[in-house]
Design a protein. Structure first.
Length: 105
């Protein structure tokens, strides 16, 4: 069974977590990567983080005892899912270019 398509938000969260980041850092990184097109509210982000933790695609890193900021990072399984999504997206673009003769305007 093929892997499900990732939402754009999840895709950018996983890309952001190729390096350890805390929640606010993820929000900023997603905003920057998407050119401001994808803006994650805190509730949306933490809902996605909980789902990604449950799926084993990311893990929470051990933080300093006195810090409230939790950092997250992608797992090997998360990297695999991200790689699969990149392949899926490349196929979409390739098929579109082939059938439309390129992206001439």
């Amino acid at each position: 069974m093929p892997n499900p398509a990732l939402t754009e938000g999840v895709y950018y969260i996983l890309l952001s977590l190729l390096q350890p980041l805390h929640g606010y850092g993820i929000i900023q990184n997603v905003d920057g990567l998407s050119g401001g097109r994808v803006r994650l509210a805190a509730g949306t982000l933490y809902g996605a983080i909980n789902t990604l933790l449950e799926k084993g695609w990311i893990i929470a890193l051990e933080g300093e005892a006195d810090s409230r900021k939790k950092e997250y990072v992608i797992t090997d399984l998360g990297r695999e899912m991200l790689t699969n999504e990149l392949r899926r997206l490349e196929e979409l673009v390739s098929n579109g270019k082939h059938l439309m003769g390129g992206i001439e305007r």
